[in-house]
Design a binder for this molecule. Structure first.
Ligand code: FNR
Length: 361
């Protein structure tokens, strides 16, 4: 009998065994030297705790709200593309797991299931992640379909004017189906003799001229709140607030875009300070443990989003695998809160962690 899985990292190996190399590499890889990919997880390890004792932790409450929507824990599913590489049910299975765990799923622009399929499959609270296409009318239709189908927010990814160099995909000459939700809207047949067809599709479709002023345009085509995903500096956090977004996601796209971007956890506090509590700040990148989630909350995040572990759970065990990943992270967070003297997420403060920068102050 296989030994019991004890943490989410163990799903990575199960996924590697379950998937064809091209699919696993697409999920697993980062950009160029993968420096940022390693840093995203390593930087969490450099943060230590300042736990408090003799506080009543007989009941731990992890519940919180994100944009006003209640969730069982400050954990969301990050938008990641092509879930049918992992499992035939694709995003429908992921959304059902989100519903079962009472958490929020951000569905990707590059999903393999339609907005309508996911909406009718379960009652999970869902956000929709978009890129802005050169054809603005296509983006407008997508956003309006999301709104009609009960998605609660638009998450605009702003770190992808072009696709990063993912060398594993280039070597594999990665082939990907066109994003399902674009099928009837675009008839692009991206052709590339060398390298990744996915990259060729992105180059042909996405609009690299997108600017801050275009958030106004996006707002003119939807009444949903808009989050921007991919902010890594105080300067851009301030710009995001100036254009009136509802929230910020500190993200380096799981280290798949600009290599040598900082690990997200190292810049979270800079962004949180710039925002000054006016709008929620979420974070993703390298979150693999309940302790990581606690650290992110201590440094001011409202919640974290989980990317690759969800895909590995889906590849290994379908909907149940995704549930297991979220439950494991919840269990670990609950224990971390108890051992740190924090019965609720509001009790988690900056004074509960020590970062590498604190030592110099
Ligand atoms: C992503 N990510 C991503 N982001 C986005 O805005 N739109 C997308 O379609 C995708 N697609 C995607 C595919 C795959 C395979 C991965 C691994 C990631 C980035 C994702 O939302 C998130 O920022 C990172 O995955 C978070 O880092 P971890 O948790 O994977 O370390």
């Amino acid at each position: 009998m296989a030994s019991e899985l004890v943490n989410v990292n163990e799903f990575q190996e199960l996924a590697r065994r379950a998937l064809p190399k091209m699919y696993f590499d697409y999920y697993n890889g980062g950009a160029e030297d993968e420096h940022t990919l390693r840093e995203n997880t390593e930087a969490f390890r450099r943060i230590t705790f300042r736990p408090r004792v003799l506080l009543d932790v007989s009941r731990i409450d992890m519940s919180t709200t994100i944009l006003g929507y209640p969730t069982s824990a400050p954990i969301m599913i990050a938008p990641t593309g092509l879930h049918k590489f992992a499992h035939p049910e694709g995003e429908v299975a992921t959304a059902r797991a989100a519903a079962a765990c009472n958490t929020i799923m951000a569905m990707s622009f590059a999903a393999d299931c339609t907005l309508e399929e996911v909406a009718s499959s379960c009652n999970a609270i869902r956000f929709f992640q978009i890129y802005v296409c050169k054809r603005r009318d296509v983006t407008a239709v997508l956003v309006q379909r999301a709104e009609r189908n009960g998605f609660k927010a638009i998450m605009l990814t702003v770190d992808t004017p072009r696709l990063g160099r993912r060398e594993a995909d280039i070597k594999n000459k990665m082939i990907a189906p066109q994003p399902k939700n674009l099928e009837v809207l675009l008839s692009t047949e991206a052709v590339s003799d060398t390298g990744s067809k996915f990259a060729a599709f992105a180059a042909e479709t996405l609009d690299p001229s997108l600017c801050w002023k275009d958030i106004d345009w996006l707002r003119s085509v939807t009444s949903l709140p808009i989050l921007v995903k991919g902010v890594l500096t105080a300067e851009d956090a301030i710009k995001a607030m100036e254009v009136g977004v509802a929230g910020i996601v500190v993200s380096n796209h799981g280290a798949r875009q600009l290599d040598y971007s900082p690990a997200t956890i190292t810049v979270l506090e800079e962004v949180v300070r710039a925002v000054g509590g006016k709008i929620p700040v979420l974070i993703d990148g390298g979150v693999r443990r309940g302790t990581d989630i606690f650290k992110a909350l201590a440094l001011g995040a409202q919640a974290v989003m989980i990317g690759r572990p969800v895909l590995y759970g889906l590849a290994a065990k379908g909907e149940n695998g995704v549930r297991r990943v979220i439950e494991m992270l919840k269990d670990e967070l609950e224990l971390t809160m108890a051992l740190s003297g924090c019965p609720t997420v509001k009790d988690i403060t900056r004074s509960h962690v020590r970062t590498e920068y604190d030592r110099f102050n």
